[in-house]
Design a protein around this ligand. Structure first.
Ligand code: ADP
Ligand code: K
Ligand code: ZN
Length: 429
């Protein structure tokens, strides 16, 4: 049933493993110039349970930037075989280095993750994410090969070619960014195919925040099961936390990582089940261990145990990044709140864009919303009513009345990689 024996570890066994590995991580990390300094005077005898991790200092994105490029490496450079860089969604990039052993561990974790979502070696997987420095390319690719799937490195974009490959080679699994999946589902229809007739059965979706409503929409539009896949370059890439076939939260592979959820302001752990910032420690990375990394991603532990039997704790889908928070008229708004409302409305198409601008001295928020063709009618009154109803639903969620602009489908530019959801015009005025 499980791909790795570690998946069936009981809680006490996981705790013991984490304790041993955490001590080893501290000793290993000290071989790098950065942690030699940061962990000066720390005695690993202070660690006797995973909870003792709070005695260790956090590592931030700024730390990684200040140590760029080699400051966190624990081995001579000639022992490394791969480098990835985060896509730099929020500022300057950071580089992550892997030894051959790290690449192998990562491929194993990725293969395990895919197996957890019901993928087997008889599957044919098309990787529709960009290759290159972004870990969603080679990370998923290596994992898929490790599991034994026939793997097609299609890369991003080029919808027609994607469809041809899928049909020619009976692709059963897609790895696809959720915002692209919404767009792709529509393109498949426009090309004259019924998603019901496509050979696919599973989509791995991740790399960017998306709501449960979006997942449902992808599943319905594409006639597919969509599983949430979470990872970040600093923790290897994809394969950090993954949904099992229960689809009720993502298991964090606790033999390889220690997850924590903290209050971003105080740095203290939040109460079980409360939302906060995810903090992650690598337990199995040799060349570049990272301790208590502040991911800026907001989520919560899902209380209780999963029906699948795995004891690895689950995190909820990412509610957004701490950096994503918008402040409009003194109110805090997360783009995912807006997406949740929009994706639950049948008239709304597959894309939207949030714009912030100044009007006089006031912050304003404008939301461009693509409307499905059949609702884009000539009747002005009907359109105005739709616009009003979208605005009022949004207002009850975000507590600010946004300007809503209805636009035709496909009129908002589609990013090839992660979606750009917010444009801040205030800096440019
Ligand atoms: P960047 O920070 O430049 O985007 P990465 O390519 O390493 O760098 O992306 C990692 C980030 O992508 C995560 O920290 C998170 O914000 C986002 N992410 C990855 N997977 C998911 C997911 N399943 N749901 C929501 N967000 C995700
Ligand atoms: K195969
Ligand atoms: Zn499960």
């Amino acid at each position: 049933m499980f791909y790795h024996p570690e998946e069936s570890l009981q809680r006490s066994e996981l705790d013991q493993l984490q304790t041993e590995r955490l001590k080893a991580v501290v000793e290993n990390a000290r071989k790098s110039p950065f942690y030699a300094e940061r962990l000066k005077g720390f005695d690993t005898r202070e660690i006797s349970t995973p909870a003792d991790i709070v005695k260790l200092p956090f590592t931030t994105k700024d730390d990684l930037r200040s140590q760029y490029p080699y400051g966190l490496l624990t081995r001579p450079l000639d022992e490394f075989v791969r480098l990835h860089a985060s896509s730099g969604t929020t500022g300057s990039p950071t580089a992550i280095f892997y030894t051959q052993k790290d690449i192998d561990t990562w491929a194993d974790l990725m293969a395990r993750s895919m197996h957890t979502a019901g993928i087997r070696k008889s599957d044919v997987l098309q990787n529709m994410s960009g290759y290159g420095l972004f870990t969603g390319g080679l990370g998923i690719h290596n994992g898929s090969e490790r599991l034994g799937c026939l793997t097609i490195p299609a890369g991003a974009g080029n919808t027609r070619r994607q469809i041809k490959l899928i049909r020619d080679f009976n692709v059963t699994v897609l790895h696809i960014i959720p915002s692209f999946a919404l767009y792709f589902a529509q393109k498949v229809r426009e090309e004259g195919f019924d998603p019901k007739d496509m050979p696919w059965r599973i989509a791995l979706i991740g790399a960017e925040p998306h709501t449960e409503e979006t997942r449902q929409r992808i599943e319905e539009l594409m006639h597919i099961k969509a599983y949430n896949s979470y990872g970040l370059s600093e923790m290897n890439g994809p394969g950090v936390a993954f949904e099992c076939t229960e689809q009720s939260g993502m298991h964090v592979w606790e033999d390889a990582y220690i997850p924590e959820i903290i209050d971003p302001v105080t740095g203290e752990h939040v109460a079980e089940g409360e939302i906060g910032e995810l903090v992650m420690t690598t337990l199995r990375r040799d060349g570049m261990p990272i301790i208590r990394y502040r991911t800026r991603d907001l989520t919560r532990f899902i209380p209780g145990e999963c029906a699948c039997g795995r004891k690895h704790r689950r995190i909820d889908r990412i509610a957004g990044r701490a950096d994503d928070m918008l402040i409009v008229k003194g109110v805090n708004i997360y783009p995912m709140q807006i997406e949740q409302v929009l994706m639950s409305m049948p008239e709304v198409g597959q894309n939207y864009l949030i714009e912030l601008f100044h009007e006089g001295f006031m912050d304003q928020i404008r939301i461009k919303v693509e409307i499905k063709d059949q609702f884009f009618v000539e009747d002005m009154r009907a359109l105005q009513n739709l616009q009003k109803s979208i605005a009022s639903r949004l207002c009850s969620e975000i507590l600010v009345t946004p300007r809503v602009e209805l636009v035709m489908h496909d009129s908002i530019p589609k990013a090839e990689g992660k979606a750009v959801r917010v444009v801040d015009l205030r800096d440019k005025e």
